[in-house]
Design a protein around this ligand. Structure first.
Ligand code: SF4
Length: 307
């Protein structure tokens, strides 16, 4: 893979103080109700996705030596939104580097999820997928009030608001225009990112089994769209959506005990083959408002872990 030179880009300073996180964005909606699809004919800018065979990525990096980070620094390599014509489509790379004295790698999944939520909850911005399978669109209807700088600002604000230990956040967005080299610029960066993900995932891989723990975790995030929805996550059983795995769920439940992720005591094992536990049944019954009575951890067809 040839080594490519990425232009330096322009550096933009985002507001640092908490009361200024969303400064200048007062006319842009942010929150779960703004998530959703932007369809053909409705988008102004498209980044990544199938048009470029997903040669694009979203990279959240845990930076242990946080002194090397300049908080609020956003580097944009390539054009701003108002510098491209309608229905422009480019491959891209987006790096969000995060660190802080109290941020450890165990808590980093919270940063990754906050980042995805922060981006996907901006009015008129669609974000599908994560990491190397990402597809972003910005709608025509918001282009008069939207910039890539505001998108970076919202991502930073969301991470800072949800993960209090995320002390410094530095970002870089590369919009790879054909003049810059298009996918030829992004592909080698993505190869490196994949190696970094592999190393990061290896440090966080869990080796415990379902039998070795007393507590599983449940998730009700999708209650935002399906009021009785509840999922169960065990060390050997990540939820089907892939949102978080067991250790990340544990961290979420610890940091935000009143949040969407909650501990589930296994209690009595009723059937080892099916993975049937009395404590799991009780939890899903309560959390689903009585709609789901039973879960078999080891079946994806009969009483599955996602309901
Ligand atoms: S684990 Fe279940 S509730 Fe949580 S985000 Fe995934 S599908 Fe939704």
């Amino acid at each position: 893979m040839p080594i490519v030179k990425v232009p330096e880009g322009r550096v933009i300073e985002l507001p640092l103080e908490p009361h200024r996180f969303y400064e200048g964005m007062e006319d842009v909606g942010i929150g779960p109700r703004f998530g959703g699809h932007i369809r053909k004919g409705d988008w102004y800018l498209e980044l990544g996705g199938p048009r470029f065979n997903y040669t694009s990525f979203l990279f959240a990096e845990f930076v242990e030596d946080y002194d090397q980070l300049t908080d609020g620094k956003f580097t944009l390599v390539g054009p701003e939104l108002n510098e491209v014509p309608e229905e422009s489509s480019f491959p891209f790379a987006y790096y969000i580097r995060v660190g802080g004295p109290a941020l450890t790698i165990e808590y980093f999944p919270m940063v990754e999820r906050s980042m995805t939520m922060g981006l996907g909850w901006i009015e008129g911005v669609m974000v599908i997928g994560a990491r190397s399978q990402v597809w972003v669109r910005v709608a025509k209807k918001v282009v008069h009030k939207m910039t890539l700088k505001k998108i970076a600002q919202a991502a930073r604000g969301m991470i800072k608001s949800l993960v209090l230990t995320a002390d410094r956040i530095e970002q870089k967005m590369i919009i790879a225009t054909p003049e810059m080299g298009g996918v030829n610029v992004i592909a080698p960066l993505m190869e490196q990112a994949k190696k970094d993900w592999e190393a990061y995932d290896a440090t966080r891989a869990t080796t415990v089994t379902d039998e070795e723990v007393d507590t599983f975790y449940g998730c009700t995030i999708c209650r935002l769209i399906a009021p009785t929805h509840v999922c169960i996550c065990a060390p050997e059983r990540a939820p089907y959506c892939g949102f978080l795995e067991y250790t990340a769920m544990k961290v979420f439940a610890e940091v935000d005990p009143a949040g969407f992720i909650f501990p589930v005591e296994k209690e009595e094992m009723k059937d080892a083959v099916r993975g049937w536990y009395s404590g799991v049944d009780k939890a899903v019954y309560e959390k689903s408002s009585g709609r789901t009575r039973k879960v078999y951890l080891n079946s994806c067809i009969q009483y599955p872990t996602t309901n």
